[in-house]
Design a protein around this ligand. Structure first.
Ligand code: ADP
Ligand code: GLC
Length: 476
């Protein structure tokens, strides 16, 4: 079966977060299920540079304001159709923001182009290819189901990775989209008088998925639905949660070329070399005590404002911290100031760096994820695989992937980490205290590490769930 996956990010070419990890890893897992995935992505400079064996696929005289060429090739083992539209995508850096840190003013056109090209390709604009299912990820690709619904095309799946980002634009954008007038309605893209891309995708897709069962329930409520809960509640019969897996080849402590010492659950003591390297990299005092790790966007979603305010308390528990992240200026400043107050105890690197993210998972004792909401979360899955014990908020995918080390779970031998809720300074500090106490019992701690490393965090089960969904759609 052929599936066209449409997304604005694809690891390792373009990544601002977990979306790229998912779209980059799912195709290989689906191949094992007999599903051939082709990935349509904007032709950002990094995508065009990575494309090999490229050949012309389709030429547009005018795709939202300029000529464009669809080019098919392979990139890092993925089958890719790049939308080579220099007027829209030949811009370096972050895929959404200009140098001033603000959204590109033509994002409505840029991502309508992604969706339109995806719908065209899926529908067979080049006779050599036709998809049985068009699978669109997040708001940037969310007009895909709208186009296939109103203009014809295959069955569609809309996956929500984060409902906080919806792609809302003024009503005037509608006339650019080339959709019939009836698409500007409650069962189309109209959203409180404006145009909502994600709203349109959710209203028209044949199936909706999100990246964990708990988040699937949460987004049907006003607390988490960010205005789309009513629509999602009404469409809950086509909504389901499929928890993300991880690319176990990229994230493999036994074969990770980015870390000083590789190890497995049987050779956990080798981790200490990574801990030493982590201390050096983050200018932490060396020692065998607890080191917490953070790899995160420094944003409200991730609870990083609350976390930043708890750093004196973290140090008071005797622990150290290695934090890697970028994001909101106020949070960046707060964590940086804490590192100045506690030299040797709090190490902060403001930036985005894949290598350091692997070093943290391989050398820190915990990975902290105090998110206010978290559709799935991948860093806790990397933590499980690396024996880096997750300390997480009890929400979304964090709830579904980490088993709290309460007495019952410890006795039953199933605990893999620590959960806390709701996210506030007191519960966070309590969780840090529990982790510190458990860490002081080496046997208990190693039990958590080993059990985490034993979990199946691969894509196997979830790829099977997607494959089943595609097949059911095509049959229907
Ligand atoms: P989200 O997509 O909401 O940011 P996820 O946990 O799903 O959250 O995915 C985040 C991904 O981005 C992970 O692969 C994580 O390692 C990576 N990441 C986040 N911040 C950084 C950073 N500063 N440097 C390197 N990788 C990062
Ligand atoms: C989003 C979510 C994150 C999820 C990722 C991949 O960025 O914030 O929780 O893991 O998408 O699905």
């Amino acid at each position: 079966m052929k599936v066209l996956s449409a997304a604005s990010e694809l690891f390792p070419m373009v990544k601002t977060g977990g979306l790229a990890d998912v779209t980059g890893a799912l195709p290989a897992a689906l191949a094992g299920q007999g599903i051939a995935v082709t990935n349509i992505v904007p032709g950002y400079p990094a995508v065009m540079a990575a494309l090999e064996k490229a050949s012309p696929f389709h030429a547009y005289k005018d795709l939202f304001g300029g000529a464009a060429q669809l080019t098919r090739g392979t990139a890092h083992g993925l089958d890719v159709i790049a939308i080579d539209a220099p007027h829209l995508f030949d811009r370096p850096g972050n895929p959404y923001l200009g140098k001033d840190g603000k959204d590109w003013p033509d994002n409505a056109q840029r991502f309508a182009a992604l969706a339109k090209a995806a719908a065209d390709v899926a529908g067979g604009i080049n006779k050599a290819y036709r998809a049985e299912v068009l699978h669109c990820h997040d708001w940037q690709a969310a007009l895909g189901p709208v186009y296939t619904h109103f203009l014809g095309g295959p069955k569609s799946v809309m996956t929500v990775h984060n409902i906080a980002f919806q792609g809302q634009f003024p009503a005037s954008v509608f006339s650019l989209l080339g959709l019939p007038q009836q698409a500007f309605a409650i069962d189309g893209v109209e959203y409180y008088g404006n145009v909502g891309y994600l709203k349109g995708g959710l209203a028209t897709a044949d199936a909706i998925t999100t990246v964990s069962p708990t988040y699937a329930q949460e987004i049907c409520t006003p607390e988490y639905g960010m205005g789309l809960d009513g629509l999602l509640h009404a469409r809950r019969h086509v909504l389901r949660g499929i928890v993300n897996g991880i690319d176990t080849a990229v994230w493999d402590p036994a074969a990770d070329g980015r870390i000083p010492a590789t190890y497995s659950a049987k050779t956990l003591r080798k981790r200490v070399a990574n801990k030493r390297a982590l201390e050096a990299r983050f200018k932490l005092e060396p020692g065998d005590g607890l080191i917490h790790g953070v790899v995160s966007r420094l944003t409200w979603q991730k609870g990083m404002d609350i976390f930043a305010a708890s750093l004196d308390q973290l140090v008071a528990t005797g622990a150290r911290l290695a934090l890697l992240g970028t994001g909101e200026t106020a949070v960046e400043n707060a964590v940086f100031e804490a590192s100045m107050r506690h030299p040797g105890r709090i190490g902060v690197i403001i930036g985005y760096d894949e290598d350091i993210s692997h070093l943290i998972q391989a050398g820190a004792d915990t990975i902290l994820v105090p998110s206010r909401f978290e559709p799935c979360g991948l860093t806790q899955l990397y933590g499980l695989r690396y024996g880096c014990v997750p300390v997480v908020a009890r929400t979304g995918g964090l709830n579904d992937t980490v088993i709290d080390a309460n007495d019952a779970a410890l006795q039953a031998g199933v605990a893999t980490g620590f959960q806390f809720a709701p996210v506030d300074a007191a519960t966070l500090e309590h969780a840090l205290g529990r982790a510190a106490e458990c860490y002081s019992n080496a046997k208990l701690w190693q039990g958590l590490q080993k059990r985490g490393m034993d979990q199946d965090v691969s894509w196997a089960r979830s790829a099977a769930a997607y494959a089943q969904l595609y097949r059911a759609l095509v049959k229907a």
